[in-house]
Design a protein. Sequence first.
Length: 95
Amino acid sequence: MIIMNGDNCKRAIIIALDGAGNAIKDVYAPNINSFFKKGYLTYMAETSVPSSSGECYGSLFHGVSPEKHGIDNGRAKRLPFPEDSAYPSFMKLAR
């Protein structure tokens, strides 16, 4: 399911529900559901397989596979992402 409105977007909020998977659409969550109705939503997005938080968020933020961005759960806890990476995050590119 994808919800879109035709307006241009000047700001974006990304909400990633780690560990929720598609189950969020099947539970009573009125606040989350009301927020989703006002923006863009998909239950079909995939970042990397197999699913692991560090790898998935790295792929979401940097737009490349874990083999390229090199982020895993252990590295994410210990080290900042290099500022001079060949794969900057979408947030850095949006500035």
